[in-house]
Design a protein around this ligand. Structure first.
Ligand code: AMP
Length: 211
């Protein structure tokens, strides 16, 4: 099953992806996660993208497409994958069609007010990338990941100024993908407003899986 998770920042794509990996048995590919790992490693890619990410802007299509193309050539994704955060522009979607088929695109439907609440409280494990929330889903021990013991921190691009920019970028560059994939008959709309347990149920329903 080759799936795309499409939605604004803070819609819960990464949180659902962790559950969907277990449900479907295919890996999650998070372009944001790959970029963050590159920044942490201070690799040439990380040095190139850090400022762009911190400002809430998109990394250029050429760099991002090359990265995903290379990742999708690996053995572990031949049966399927969940693309979390890619494509984010029409050129990225067109490029993807040149090197992979896509079975379904899940459109995370959530108003801006919901996104702001989630991003404002988001906390992330620096080591394994697991998402927590300062109010709704706190780590058992403050600042420490329940899953791997890594440091739980606030992403640089979850600062208020970057959040506004990311929402603007989403509307201008990513939201047009909704129409693009709807026209192709691949889009499944999913209510992403509730808490995660209910979102998992919504996901199973739109996918036609037993709830
Ligand atoms: P995310 O974790 O998906 O919110 O992504 C974090 C940041 O990584 C984004 O704000 C962009 O700067 C960059 N990024 C992730 N995926 C893409 C993409 N498909 N195209 C361009 N930039 C991306």
């Amino acid at each position: 099953m080759k799936l795309i998770f499409l939605g604004p920042p803070g819609a819960g794509k990464g949180t659902l992806a962790v559950k969907a990996v277990e449900i479907l048995g295919v890996p999650q590919i998070s372009t944001g996660g790959i970029f963050r790992a590159a920044v942490a490693a201070q690799s040439p890619l990380g040095i190139k993208v850090k400022e762009i990410m911190d400002a809430g802007k998109l990394v250029d299509d050429e760099t991002t497409i090359a990265l995903v193309k290379e990742r999708l050539a690996m053995d572990d994704v031949q049966k399927g994958y969940i693309l979390d955060g890619f494509p984010r522009t029409i050129p990225q979607a067109q490029a993807l069609a040149g090197f992979s088929t896509v079975d379904k695109v899940i459109n995370f439907d959530i108003p801006d007010s919901g996104v702001l609440v989630r991003l404002g409280g988001r906390r992330v494990c620096r080591k394994c990338g697991f998402n927590f929330h300062a109010v709704f889903n706190k780590p058992k021990q403050e600042g420490i990941c329940d899953h791997c013991g890594g440091e739980v921190y606030i992403r640089d691009d979850d600062q208020a100024s970057a959040i506004q920019k990311r929402l603007e970028v989403y509307r201008a560059q990513t939201a047009p993908l909704i129409g693009y994939y709807r026209e192709k008959g691949l889009l499944l709309d999913m209510d992403a407003s509730p808490m995660i347990d209910e979102i998992v149920i919504n996901f199973k329903k739109v996918m036609g899986l037993a709830v």
